[in-house]
Design a protein around this ligand. Structure first.
Ligand SMILES: [Zn+2]
Ligand SMILES: [Zn+2]
Length: 140
């Protein structure tokens, strides 16, 4: 059984064609992407999915906690993460997400003092930071 089918089965979800196509697209990148970007990639790969289906599929997958959601420039972006509890470092320019397993304790201790639970930290990744002369390419 391919890994995506197995993952969906493990969550009690039927491995429908849209779910498999969206998962395959998500697997291609470490960046979190919008429904529109994922839709465009599925189209480019020859998949026949409507934008609404892509959107609904992403909601289903994120409700199952398989896909994590973030914010980039005011829109929701989606990423297929690893399993287990982790927090995130998120680039607010390009949507790059790093699962911050090693930083967990540090991230936990600091905000606990002010009664805050940190799920993700937004910032700018190294390549966006050094790429400041071309901000338009970072927003693709
Ligand atoms: Zn995650
Ligand atoms: Zn970045």
């Amino acid at each position: 059984m391919d890994p995506d089918r197995r993952t969906l089965h493990g969550l009690g979800l039927v491995a429908t064609a849209p779910r498999l196509l969206v998962l395959r697209s998500l697997r291609q990148q470490d960046r979190a992407r919008s429904a529109g970007e994922i839709y465009a990639e599925v189209q480019n790969a020859g998949g026949k999915l409507g934008l609404t289906t892509v959107y609904r599929t992403l909601i289903t997958l994120s409700e199952a906690k398989l896909v994590h959601t973030f914010e980039r420039g005011g829109e929701t972006v989606y990423r297929l993460c690893g399993e287990g509890n982790h927090r995130h470092l998120v680039c607010r320019r390009c949507g790059l997400v790093v699962e911050a397993g090693d930083l967990d304790r540090a991230l936990h201790r600091l905000p606990a003092a002010v009664g805050f639970h940190v799920e993700e930290i937004y910032g700018v990744c190294t390549s966006c930071w050094t790429d400041e002369t071309e901000p338009s390419t970072a927003m693709r």
